[in-house]
Write a protein that binds this ligand. Sequence first.
Ligand SMILES: *[C@@H]1O[C@H](CO)[C@@H](O)[C@H](O)[C@H]1NC(C)=O
Ligand SMILES: *[C@@H]1O[C@H](CO)[C@@H](O)[C@H](O)[C@H]1NC(C)=O
Ligand SMILES: *[C@@H]1O[C@H](CO)[C@@H](O)[C@H](O)[C@H]1NC(C)=O
Length: 212
Amino acid sequence: MEVAPLLLLPLLLLLPPAAVAAGGESAAHPGYAHGTEEACGVAVLPAPERREEFDGGRIVDISHYYRADMPAWESAEGSGEFLRLARSMRNGSDIANFSELRLTAHSGTHVDAPGHVFEHYYDAGFDVDTLDLAVLNGPALLVDVPRDKNITADVMASLHIPKGVRRVLFRTLNTDRKLMWKKEFDTSYVGFMKDGAQWLVDNTDIKLVGRS
Ligand SMILES: *[C@@H]1O[C@H](CO)[C@@H](O)[C@H](O)[C@H]1NC(C)=O
Ligand SMILES: *[C@@H]1O[C@H](CO)[C@@H](O)[C@H](O)[C@H]1NC(C)=O
Ligand SMILES: *[C@@H]1O[C@H](CO)[C@@H](O)[C@H](O)[C@H]1NC(C)=O
């Protein structure tokens, strides 16, 4: 059985650190509260460490932070309050805090499983666990695509992506238009067209596609 050759991974723009958790007036969850201020001599709690190194390399995390006003598929209202502290040690729970997440698997920066768009793969159980980690991890080529077109076969041919490149991230007009910062879902986003995908399969060594 053959796995879908392409994985569509909408990778999104690099965030300025100031944009982090800027989504709401109040942090919806303690995990999203930033920093702990010293008040009246009260001890300052240690700040959680975000690890940005792995195996001697630097991780460049270009994922979007989840926000209530992050766009969601065909929603005018964004993602909504997706995270809450369902039980708190401060309030009745004697053993632990329990956070609850409610959001679709296609929220924000995500990877699509073969079963997402092909019913026979879905029925056969091709979920994200079946993706090859060796394909998902490693050097990638960042490619700026023309801003006035979707990614078609002609666009693909014009990019002259060298043979041997296995992973590409396409930076598109979506990033310029800051679509991930618009609460209302915008159907005019730039995407990878069927003939562009076919061209890629027929003419390149690319196994992983990300799109911003
Ligand atoms: C549990 O949640 C409370 C907020 O109600 C928070 O102040 C506390 O730090 C949390 N405890 C742990 C261990 O996460
Ligand atoms: C504490 O728990 C009660 C009962 O579940 C709830 O009604 C109340 O809003 C909670 N208070 C806080 C501060 O979380
Ligand atoms: C890409 O295709 C979508 C859907 O057909 C369309 O709305 C959009 O205008 C196209 N974008 C460009 C840059 O041509």
